[in-house]
Design a protein around this ligand. Structure first.
Ligand SMILES: *[C@@H]1O[C@H](CO)[C@@H](O)[C@H](O)[C@H]1NC(C)=O
Ligand SMILES: *[C@@H]1O[C@H](CO)[C@@H](O)[C@H](O)[C@H]1NC(C)=O
Ligand SMILES: *[C@@H]1O[C@H](CO)[C@@H](O)[C@H](O)[C@H]1NC(C)=O
Ligand SMILES: *[C@@H]1O[C@H](CO)[C@@H](O)[C@H](O)[C@H]1NC(C)=O
Ligand SMILES: *[C@@H]1O[C@H](CO)[C@@H](O)[C@H](O)[C@H]1NC(C)=O
Ligand SMILES: *[C@@H]1O[C@H](CO)[C@@H](O)[C@H](O)[C@H]1NC(C)=O
Length: 836
C-alpha cells in the first residue's frame, strides 16, 4: 500500500516534469542553462525573434551542424556554424552547456563529446547561462553577470564566413584573439574554405583577403575616413562603420543605423566579398555598396613602383620617375618585375619627396606609424632613415594628421580618377618636381643650404648682427617719437634673419617693465642658464615669460644672439616658442610663451605633484622630448646640439605637453660635421656624457646621453645626481644598469606609478634609456632610432655598460655618487675651462 503510493507520486512527478519540459521547449526560450540540452529538433530563439540557434543541414548535404540563422527571413540564411570542420553524420546528437560553461555537442547514444566550444575548462564558473542575443551573438555568461558584460565565451569571437553588425574584425591584444572570417568550402559544405578575410597587422593595419597563405586582395590601409582602396565605402543610410587602432585592439566594425534592417558581409566560397542587404518586398538578398573587384585589385599585378589604372590600356604604368625593370617583359604585358628608379637613390641629403595623388596606398606590411605626428615631422623622420621610401598622413580628415612610413619597395598601388589618397615618395635630387617648377621652391632651397651649410650659417649670423645694430638705432628713434606705445609697433619692428620669412617681433623695454611689474621679485620664475626669468602679462592679456640676460655676464651677449637666431628658426610642438626679443641699451631679453605648469622637475621630484603624473603622462612626455630633440638634431638645415638637456629645462604646457627650453648653450654647425671640440664645457653634472665632461667633445650623441638620463629619471622619479640607494653606492644609472642585468628593471619604477604602468612601455623605456647612456658615443642610438625603438614592438639590442662622468678624473666605471666633487645644488649649471 505504502509502496504503491510512492510509485504513483513518482509517476505523477515524472509526468509533470515531462509536461513542463515539453511546454518549455515549444515556448522557444532564448537561454540555455547548465546541463540543459537542446535536442536535434529543438532550437532557441532570440528575444525579438531575430535569430535562431539549432541543428541544420545545408543544401544537399547529408551532414548536420549546429548554427545560427535568421529567424525572420524565410530563406534560413546561416550566419554562424559551431562545428564547421566537425560534421555530424546523423541526428543522434544534442547540444549542452556544461557546468563549466562549455558548449558541447554529444552523441546521445554513446555520450561521447564530438565537439566543444573550448578545450580548457580550468576556470571556475558559477551557474553559466547561454543566451542568443538579437545581435546574432550567442554568449555564455555567469548568472551574476546580469549585464552580460564579461561573457565567458561568445560566438562573435569565432567567425564563420559572415561579418554581422557589431562584430569586431581584427585583433584583441589583451586576450590575444584574432578574429577573421573564412569562406565555406562550397554552398553545401560549411567547412573552412580557401579564402579568408583578416586585418594584417604586420605594419600599419590593413584588411586583406588571402587564399591559403597568399594575399590575393588588399582593401588598403585606413585613412581616417575609409580604406584607401575602397572608395565605394562611404556614409550611407544603412550602416556606419569605424576602424579602431589602439594599444588594446585593432578592429573594423559596422553598425546598423536602423536596427530593423538586415545586412551582412559574407565571404563567398569563390572568394567574393559581398555586402548583402535584405530587400523585404522582393524577399531576397541584394548586393549593396559592394566593391566591384576588377583586374586592378589583383594583388601586386603591376609589380613594385607601378600603378594599375583600370581606365587605361594596358592597365599597368610605371610611376613618374620610374622605368620598367625589364622593358621586354613589360612590352608583352608581363608586369611582374615592376619598375625601377630612373635615377637610383644614394641616400644623400639632397633627396626629397615627390607627391603622387589619387592613389590606393601601397602595401603596408613593411611600414611604421604614429597617429599623432604631423606631416612635417613625418617627412623629417622619413628623410632621416635611408630605408624609408615614402610617407603620408594616417588620417586625411581635417588638415591631416598622423604619420605612416614605408620601408622597402612600394607594391600594389592603383590609380583612381577623382578620388584616392596622396603619397610622398622619396626621390633623388635630380628627379624632384620642385626642382623643375622653379628655383624659388623650398626643396631646392634646402639643397643649396645643404651644399654650403657652413657658409650660410656664417652669413645668417653676420646679417643678423647687422640687423641687430640697425634695429637698435631704429627703435631708439621710434621711442623718441612715440614713447610708451611700443607694442603697437611690434609688427613693424621685426628682425629678419637672412632672406627668410621669419619675423621676430621686437618688444619695447617699457612694455616689458609694465608686463612684469618692473621685474619684481614676485614675478620671478627662476634663474636660467644666463639670467633670471620673469612672468609677465601683456596689455592684451597674453602671458609671457621674459628671460633677462644678466648684465654682468660676459659670455651672455654672444649666447644671447645665438639663441635668438636659433630659436626664431625652430618651430616644433615640443620646443618652447620664442615670441620675440628686446634689445635696448645694455638690456637684452627674450620673450617666450608662458608655460603654466613650469618645469618637469617641479612634478617628478616633488612628493605631492608627482602623483599627478601617471605613466601615460610620463610616456607622453618622454616621446615629446624625443621628438623635440630629434627635430633639433635632424632639422634639414642646421644640426643643433642642445648641450644642457635636463629635467628643469623641460617645460610643460597646460595640457602637459613637454617643451624643450633653453637653447642658449646650443651650437649649430654644418650638416656633415659630426662632432666638435670646445674648450668651454657647459652643461649640468649628472646629465653630461663622459666624453663631453671629460674631453669637451660634444656631438648629437652627448645629447642622446642626456636624454637617456632624463628617461631614467622620469621612469624612476629620482635624480641621477644625488641618487642614494641603501644597498649600494651607484648613482641612478648604475642602479638601473644593475637591475637590468638581473632582469628586474621594473623595480626601478617610481612607487607612485603602481596602477597606471604599462609594463612593456616601461620596460622599453628603461631599455632605451640604458642604450642612450652607453659609454661609447657610437654605441648610442640616434634620436630617430630611439623613437622607433620606444614606439615599436620589435626586439631591442642589449645595452653595453653605461658611462658616467665622475669627479674630475675620467672614469668609466660605476662609482659612488658622492665623489662628484660638487656637492651643493644638483641643478646647478656649470661652466668651466677645460684642457688649457
Ligand atoms: C553515435 O554513436 C553511435 C554508436 O557508436 C553511432 O552509430 C552514431 O553514428 C554516432 N552518431 C554520431 C553523430 O556520431
Ligand atoms: C581543441 O584541441 C584540438 C586538438 O588539440 C584542436 O584541434 C582544436 O582546435 C582545439 N579547439 C579549440 C576551440 O581550441
Ligand atoms: C553608428 O550608428 C549607431 C546608431 O545610430 C550609433 O549608436 C553609433 O554611435 C554610430 N557609430 C559611429 C561610429 O558613428
Ligand atoms: C526602420 O526601418 C523600418 C522598416 O523599413 C521602418 O518602418 C522604420 O520607420 C525605420 N525606422 C527609422 C527610425 O528610420
Ligand atoms: C582624424 O582627424 C579628425 C580631424 O582632425 C579627427 O576629428 C578624428 O578624430 C581623427 N581620426 C582618428 C581616427 O584619429
Ligand atoms: C631605418 O628603419 C629601419 C626599419 O624600421 C630600421 O631597421 C633601421 O634601423 C633604421 N635606420 C636608422 C639609421 O635609423
Amino acid at each position: 500500500m505504502e509502496k504503491r503510493r510512492t510509485t504513483n507520486i513518482k509517476l505523477i512527478f515524472t509526468f509533470l516534469v515531462a509536461l513542463y519540459s515539453s511546454i518549455s521547449c515549444n515556448y522557444a526560450s532564448d537561454t540555455i542553462s547548465a546541463n540543459q540540452a537542446i535536442r536535434y529538433d529543438e532550437t532557441i530563439v532570440s528575444q525579438q525573434q531575430t535569430y535562431e540557434l539549432g541543428f541544420f543541414s545545408p543544401g544537399n548535404s547529408v551532414n548536420h551542424y549546429v548554427g545560427i540563422w535568421y529567424k525572420k527571413i524565410s530563406t534560413g540564411t546561416v550566419v554562424w556554424v559551431a562545428n564547421r570542420n566537425t560534421p555530424l553524420i546523423d541526428t543522434s546528437v544534442d547540444l549542452t552547456l556544461t557546468v563549466q560553461g562549455v558548449l558541447t555537442i554529444r552523441n546521445t547514444t554513446t555520450g561521447i563529446v564530438i565537439w566543444s566550444s573550448t578545450n580548457s575548462s580550468t576556470t571556475s564558473v558559477k551557474n553559466p547561462i547561454g543566451q542568443l542575443l538579437d545581435t546574432g551573438n550567442f554568449i555564455v555568461y555567469e548568472e551574476g553577470d546580469i549585464n552580460q558584460e564579461n561573457p565567458i565565451w561568445q560566438s562573435f569571437d569565432f567567425f564563420t564566413d559572415t561579418l554581422l553588425p557589431g562584430m569586431k574584425q581584427g585583433r584583441d591584444f589583451v586576450t590575444g584573439t584574432e578574429r577573421y572570417y573564412t569562406s565555406w568550402k562550397s554552398k553545401d559544405d560549411p567547412a573552412s574554405g580557401e579564402f579568408s578575410t583578416s586585418i594584417d597587422t604586420r605594419g600599419y593595419p590593413q584588411p586583406i583577403r588571402t587564399k591559403g597563405d597568399k594575399i590575393t586582395y588588399r582593401v588598403g590601409p585606413w585613412n581616417g575616413l575609409r580604406f584607401s582602396g575602397a572608395p565605394h565605402l562611404r556614409p550611407n543610410p544603412i550602416y556606419n562603420f569605424t576602424f579602431v587602432i589602439n594599444q588594446r585592439e585593432i578592429y573594423y566594425q559596422y553598425n546598423l543605423i536602423n536596427a530593423s534592417v538586415f545586412t551582412r558581409m559574407v565571404l563567398q566560397p569563390n572568394g567574393n566579398i559581398e555586402r548583402l542587404l535584405w530587400i523585404d518586398s522582393r524577399q531576397e538578398w541584394s548586393l549593396y555598396l559592394t566593391p566591384e573587384i576588377d583586374r586592378c585589385d589583383e594583388y601586386g599585378l603591376c609589380g613594385p613602383y607601378a600603378s594599375c589604372n583600370i581606365d587605361q590600356s594596358p592597365v599597368c604604368e610605371c610611376l613618374k620617375g620610374f622605368v620598367p625593370t625589364s622593358a621586354d617583359q613589360w612590352r608583352v604585358a608581363d608586369w611582374s618585375q615592376g619598375c625601377r628608379r630612373r635615377t637610383p637613390l644614394e641616400c644623400d641629403s639632397g633627396e626629397g619627396f615627390n607627391k603622387y595623388s589619387n592613389l590606393k596606398l601601397p602595401d603596408t606590411q613593411r611600414s611604421w606609424y604614429d597617429l599623432t605626428m604631423t606631416l612635417v615631422d613625418c617627412e623629417t623622420m622619413c628623410k632621416s632613415n635611408c630605408s624609408c621610401t615614402a610617407y603620408t598622413n594616417t588620417n586625411i580628415s581635417g588638415t591631416g594628421s598622423g604619420c605612416l612610413l614605408w620601408f622597402g619597395d612600394l607594391l600594389d598601388i592603383r590609380m583612381f580618377t577623382g578620388t584616392g589618397d596622396s603619397l610622398y615618395i622619396r626621390m633623388p635630387y635630380s628627379e624632384l618636381d620642385s626642382l623643375r617648377e622653379n628655383s624659388k621652391s623650398s626643396t631646392a632651397g634646402t639643397r643649396i643650404r645643404v651644399i654650403v651649410p657652413v657658409a650660410s650659417a656664417v652669413l645668417i649670423i653676420l646679417i643678423s648682427i647687422c640687423m641687430y645694430y640697425r634695429f637698435k638705432r631704429k627703435i631708439k628713434q621710434q621711442q623718441q617719437v612715440n614713447p610708451g606705445n611700443e607694442l603697437r609697433q611690434e609688427s613693424e619692428n621685426n628682425i629678419r634673419v637672412g632672406d627668410e620669412d621669419l619675423e621676430l617681433p621686437l618688444f619695447g623695454l617699457s612694455a616689458l617693465h609694465n608686463a612684469t611689474n618692473n621685474f619684481s621679485d614676485n614675478n620671478k620664475l627662476g634663474e636660467g642658464g644666463f639670467g633670471p626669468v620673469y612672468k609677465g602679462v601683456l596689455e592684451d592679456g597674453q602671458e609671457i615669460a621674459v628671460k633677462r640676460l644678466a648684465k654682468t655676464s660676459t659670455q651672455g651677449l654672444h649666447e644671447f644672439k645665438n639663441e635668438v637666431i636659433l630659436i626664431s628658426k625652430l618651430q616644433h610642438r615640443n620646443l618652447v616658442k620664442l615670441l620675440g626679443c628686446c634689445i635696448e641699451g645694455t638690456e637684452k631679453m627674450l620673450i617666450y610663451e608662458y608655460m603654466p605648469n613650469k618645469g618637469l622637475d617641479s612634478f617628478i621630484f616633488n612628493k605631492t605633484q608627482r602623483e599627478l603624473l601617471d605613466w601615460p603622462a610620463r610616456y607622453h612626455i618622454i616621446i615629446g622630448i624625443a621628438r623635440g630633440l630629434l627635430y633639433l638634431h635632424q632639422d634639414s638645415r642646421l644640426r643643433i646640439i642642445h648641450r644642457d638637456l635636463k629635467v628643469s629645462n623641460i617645460l610643460l604646457d597646460k595640457d602637459m605637453n613637454p617643451k624643450i627650453s633653453d637653447f642658449g648653450l646650443a651650437r649649430t654647425f654644418g650638416g656633415n660635421q659630426i662632432e666638435a671640440n670646445t674648450n668651454r664645457v657647459v652643461g649640468t653634472y649628472g646629465y653630461m656624457a663622459p666624453e663631453y665632461a671629460g674631453d669637451g667633445i660634444f656631438s648629437i650623441k652627448s645629447d642622446v646621453y642626456s636624454f637617456g638620463v632624463l628617461v631614467l629619471e622620469i621612469v624612476c622619479g629620482e635624480k641621477n645626481r644625488g641618487f642614494v640607494h641603501k644597498e649600494h653606492s651607484n648613482n641612478l644609472i648604475g642602479h638601473a644598469w644593475g637591475l637590468h642585468k638581473e632582469g628586474k628593471s621594473l623595480q626601478l619604477v617610481a612607487k607612485c606609478l603602481d596602477d597606471s604602468i604599462n609594463m612593456s612601455q616601461v620596460q622599453r623605456s628603461i631599455h632605451v634609456g640604458l642604450l642612450c647612456v652607453q659609454r661609447l658615443p657610437e654605441d648610442r642610438p640616434t634620436m630617430t632610432s630611439a623613437i622607433l625603438m620606444l614606439e615599436s614592438e620589435g626586439p631591442l639590442p642589449s645595452p653595453k655598460e653605461p658611462g658616467f662622468y665622475i669627479g674630475k678624473t675620467k672614469q668609466d666605471t660605476p662609482q659612488s655618487s658622492s665623489s662628484y666633487g660638487i656637492t651643493s645644488n644638483n641643478e646647478l649649471s656649470i661652466s668651466m675651462l677645460n684642457g688649457r
